[in-house]
Structure formats: C-alpha cells, structure tokens
Design a protein. Sequence first.
Length: 120
Amino acid sequence: MSLRNARPKIKISQLREIGWAFWDPIGLKDHREDCEDEYDTYLLRAAGMIWHNAPQEEVVDHLVDIEQNYMGMPDGGSEAATMTAAHIQSYLKTVPTSAVRGEPVEPRLWSVNTVPGRPK
C-alpha cells in the first residue's frame, strides 16, 4: 500500500515540543506562549517530507533554507536542523496511521542512527 493512502495522526503539540527543544532559529523559546505556532508550518512540512520518504539531507536542507532565506539567519545551522529532523522522524515512528483502505501501513523511514555525529 502506498503511503499516499495513509494519513498520520500527528499531534502538532509534539512537533512544537521538538521544534522548541531543537530548532528555534529566531530565539522565541522564552516567549513561546505568545507565538506557540510560529514554526508550525515548517515543522509540518518537514514531517510530511519524512513521512513521504524524503532523504534526511533533503529535510535538513529544507529547514536550513528556511533559516537562511526566509528568516534571514545567514549562519543557519545544519546541526539544529539535523537534530530536529531526526527527532521528528523518531516521533513519526510512534504515530498511528489511518489507512484509506484499512490496510496496515509500514512507512520506510530513515533511522535516527544515520544522524551525523551520533553513535550507531
């Protein structure tokens, strides 16, 4: 069954926690009660890319591109983006899916162990 026929039951609150913990490119963490949804679009896009089997490098590049070209952070770091992508990927492994045809879905996701600098 194709992943296009499956819909993950993603909790935005979980993505937000990952974002605030690992990827806060413009430094809003201390004021997040006023802007809790600031990164939602970016994190949801990253989760969608991962869900649809995008290579890890592509997801990291997406987050770095946002930092550098949309948020004006010329020194946007791939380390934070890499950790964010890895944690989103780990979270997605725990997310139940709703299959359109009722068939089980086994997404083929890359491993957290492929994160550079992490022990395998």
